[in-house]
Design a protein around this ligand. Structure first.
Ligand SMILES: [Zn+2]
Length: 272
């Protein structure tokens, strides 16, 4: 599933080709994404110029003078910059064709993504209105997390994966950040000290920044490629290493299910 670093890398890859460019046509080959693509999307977008291209959580926002296109990559979505001469494949559901002859093509085999349109402030859209702060911005601090966690009994791993608390901390990154911060994933959020939350906020930023930096090496893949992109190969210390020796103390890592997600931790290094 594309996580925040992949979405950020997608934005950085496509933005130079679409910003300040005029959309001359919109091709929708399949309207049935997670929510149906609005049938008037062509009418709304044709002739519009992209005034800004930004990200909020895992949503891409393309703003025009008349409204904002909200895109989510879902489970398997990707976007590439092609020319209109490139014939579409089976899962290429949407093309935005620009006056500079760029074709921004959306591919999504599992069709769990979204293409939505709003004329309101996109941050007030029901999908975005309740999102917590961006993890890489200054607002995400240990103190903020500590304040949000007061009286909360939810396991810390579920807490940091809750997009109402902070956006963009997917399962892999939650595992890694808790390992780095030395916090047991099942520990109640409300029982974690400010010092531990400071370490956790720092670890979240570090692991996401490393993944985005890694993604930077794949930017060229957004132009003219066949679009086979996997996870960024960040060096993972916990996730995917169940029963392997802890890289700090050599104790075998434990693997459990927590909130239906694979959770790997070291029972010595991560205190409950
Ligand atoms: Zn250990």
């Amino acid at each position: 599933m594309p996580e925040l670093p992949e979405v950020e890398t997608t934005l950085r890859g496509i933005k130079p080709f679409v910003l300040h460019q005029k959309i001359c046509s919109v091709v929708v080959r399949h309207y049935g994404l997670r929510w149906p693509i609005p049938h008037d999307l062509q009418a709304m977008l044709t002739g519009q110029t992209i005034q800004s291209a930004t990200r909020r959580g895992k949503y891409l926002l393309f703003m025009t003078a008349h409204g904002t296109l909200i895109i989510h990559l879902g489970m398997s979505g990707s976007m590439r910059v092609l020319t209109t001469a490139t014939p579409p494949n089976k899962h290429d559901h949407v093309d935005l064709v620009f006056a500079n002859h760029v074709c921004l093509r959306y591919t999504d085999p599992r069709r769990f993504g979204a293409f939505l349109w709003t004329t309101e402030n996109p941050n007030s859209h029901p999908l975005l209105a309740h999102l917590g702060p961006e993890p890489l911005e200054k607002i995400l601090t240990g103190k903020y997390l500590w304040e949000q966690a007061q009286q909360r009994k939810v396991p810390i791993k579920s807490f940091i994966m809750d997009s109402k608390i902070v956006v963009g901390v997917g399962n892999i990154y939650a595992n890694e950040a808790l390992f780095v911060a030395g916090i047991h994933p099942k520990k109640s959020a409300g029982k974690i000290s400010l010092i531990q939350f400071n370490a956790l906020a720092k670890a979240i930023k570090k692991i996401l920044q490393a993944a985005i930096k890694q993604g930077g090496t794949t930017l060229k893949d957004f132009v003219g490629s066949n679009g086979k992109k996997g996870y960024f190969k960040v060096h993972l210390q916990a996730y995917g290493r169940g029963n392997l020796p802890c890289l700090v103390c050599q104790n075998p890592l434990k693997e459990i299910r927590l909130g239906q997600r694979s959770t790997v931790y070291c029972s010595r290094c991560q205190k409950s």
